[in-house]
Design a protein around this ligand. Structure first.
Ligand code: ZN
Length: 228
């Protein structure tokens, strides 16, 4: 929660993955990628409500990328500003999107996100950025690798920054080991992004919060920064 409104990064998986035929079984992505079993009450909408936040009160949703395990909860946010890389959105559409491992057929019919517009404003090693708040304390930066137009969100805290990393790596250990996942189309792009995150964290103590790391919540609770 930010004084300028509730900002959400990614929307998680949907319970609909349990429906027969939800995933195209022919696609290797669904053998390589992380899969989750989600109950309806575990979807992002009910989770926010348990925190006292109505989905309609979410001012802005920033999507790190459009893989289904991040985009499965989009249907909870018809009234929020949705920010997505325009190139990511284009790459995820149609037959080529399906071949690339996206499920555009499951997006809400009203899904028409606002493209992220990067400015040539450097944030540490990141050459471009887009502030999400007028205070410029929530900032989108390009973190290509896992997908070619993947983005991350930096939240500037008091002495500690938070790096909402999406899938720049699945774990902090993979970041430290500079180990790309099996999904990244270009391993060296993923490693360059990991190097940028490590460079950032050496200048500013940073809590690294990739989506799939089971230890992310504990690191957030302890304010445990990336070891440098
Ligand atoms: Zn992904």
């Amino acid at each position: 929660m930010h004084p300028e409104g509730v900002i959400l990064v990614d929307t998680g998986e949907t319970a609909r993955t349990a429906e027969p035929g939800y995933f195209p079984r022919w696609h290797p992505y669904y053998r390589l990628a992380v899969q989750m079993d989600v109950a309806p009450e575990q979807e992002i909408g009910p989770q926010l409500r348990r925190l006292g936040i109505a989905p309609d009160d979410v001012r802005t949703v920033v999507m790190t990328h459009l893989h289904t395990d991040h985009a499965g909860g989009l249907h909870h946010f018809p009234n929020s500003q949705l920010l997505v890389s325009g190139d990511e959105h284009r790459a995820a559409q149609g037959v080529s999107g399906k071949i690339a491992g996206y499920l555009p057929q499951h997006w809400p019919t009203w899904f028409a996100p606002e493209p992220i517009t990067f400015q040539p404003v450097t944030v540490g090693p990141f050459q471009q950025s887009m502030p999400v708040t007028t205070a410029s304390d929530v900032i989108i930066v390009p973190t290509p690798g896992h997908t070619p137009h993947h983005v991350s969100v930096i939240v500037r805290g008091d002495g500690v920054d938070y790096f909402l990393a999406g899938d720049t790596s699945y774990t902090e250990k993979a970041l430290m080991d500079r180990q790309p996942d099996g999904v990244s189309p270009k391993a060296q792009t993923a490693v360059a992004t990991m190097d940028a995150i490590l460079t950032y964290s050496r200048a500013t103590p940073t809590v690294y919060l990739p989506s799939h790391d089971p230890a992310s919540a504990a690191r957030l609770g302890r304010q445990q920064t990336i070891p440098t």
